[in-house]
Design a protein around this ligand. Structure first.
Ligand code: SF4
Length: 70
């Protein structure tokens, strides 16, 4: 299975919550309204939603690391 890793930079996050709306299985918001990653190892099932969430983040706070084979 091919996986990718998503990384969130909470220093950049402005708490818009768009990622949690776009890919709720992978992202959520903490009590401060900032992004929290539920599962950094993204499976193929969530790849499209995570890619969309990364592109929609207004703060460029999300990054996808290169895919790795697992
Ligand atoms: S979309 Fe970006 S700015 Fe908004 S909560 Fe997610 S990581 Fe933070």
């Amino acid at each position: 299975m091919t996986r990718m890793t998503v990384v969130a930079d909470r220093e950049l996050c402005v708490g818009a919550g768009r990622c949690a709306l776009t890919a709720p299985a992978v992202f959520t918001s903490d009590d401060d309204g900032l992004v929290a990653v539920r599962e950094p190892q993204v499976t193929d099932d969530h790849r499209a939603a995570v890619t969309t969430a990364v592109s929609l983040c207004p703060a460029q706070a999300l990054r996808i690391d290169p895919p790795t084979s697992a």
